[in-house]
Design a protein around this ligand. Sequence first.
Ligand code: CP3
Length: 349
Amino acid sequence: MFNDLLLKALNKEIVPRPPIWLMRQAGRYLPEYQKIRSQVTFLELCNNPELAVEVSLQPYERFKTDAVIVFSDILLPAQKMGLELEFTDEGPQINNLISDPADIKKLQIPMANEETYPTLTVINMLKKEIGEKVPIIGFSGAPWTLFCYMTEGYSSNNFNRAKKFLYTNPKASHQLLSKITNTLFLYLTMQVNSGAHVLQIFDTWAGVLSQEDYKTFALPYLRQLISDLMPLKVPIILYTNNSHHLLSKLSMLKIAALSLDWRCNLQEVRDNFGTSLGLQGNLDPGILLTNQTVVREKTKAMIQSLKNWQTGYICNLGHGVLPQTPVENVHAMLDTVFEIANESLVYAK
Ligand code: CP3
């Protein structure tokens, strides 16, 4: 039987318990991931369909999550556009980052097919393997977040090098953002054609820009990407971090749900923007480092903080699972949610 809880929640239908999946549900906190990862590099893993399918399914097999997110990384399209991407112990590293407007002309808008993107093969295989049991989530970064990595070269807290490029070269920045947007549109379209039921767009670095600059540089491309994907009729979840100041603009996008970090109060966001905007999130991943009692309490408190969690709400973290997370704490979070169906009287308000 198909587990349609996630699709129902995104469609604002009443559900007996919220669906749950976790950002970075596949990854280093899982011993079965570590085992595979000890034999291949991260990029090899992303580009090897058999292994990537196996790793995508690990959290589903262990926890019975309500969705499977395809195993890949938001930076792969940047590599396909022409950047030299590496993953070191410190995270991603781009060796020929964009530091001059002339660099942008060299970038391609790659064709989206299985040869360019093994991730499409992974989605196809996942569809055959579990597509009739549970929804498959495809994803990409948002144009702005990819711009950050392409011009900064590494992860950063403030993306100052990216900002320097942006403010020094606004015209070239628009050109780069436009190229990224076209690349992502082709890639996400093909993810849906390959079998993704839902798309999540990660704008992790939305919060580093002011309201005005987000409106000028980031929002138009995000809006274009989302509206160009509309004809595919697939629900889109948008993740942003540290973006209180942007919520009124983000809430106007044609998305099925907004995935929020732990700094936001879910009910406050709902009061401000209404029930037609689905919400996802937003437990602090730091809570999963504690113990099962704390995890259970905080998970219940998060769900109860919403007056009506029965419609338009998806349980998740406010950011990805941290590598140091004890597996039993992830079990505790999921079990707390699974038990709600039996306890709904306790939770109903
Ligand atoms: O399970 C899933 O969620 C699917 C896989 C997934 C990964 N990255 C795997 C990964 C997804 C959806 C992402 C998204 C991603 N990647 C984002 C957006 C979400 C977020 O976390 O903000 C970003 C900014 C990246 C870029 C990235 N990839 C960074 C900054 C790093 C290094 C930090 C880290 O956690 O190691 C990565 C590496 C990465 N991506 C790993 C995994 C499992 C760890 C790689 C390893 O095995 O060594």
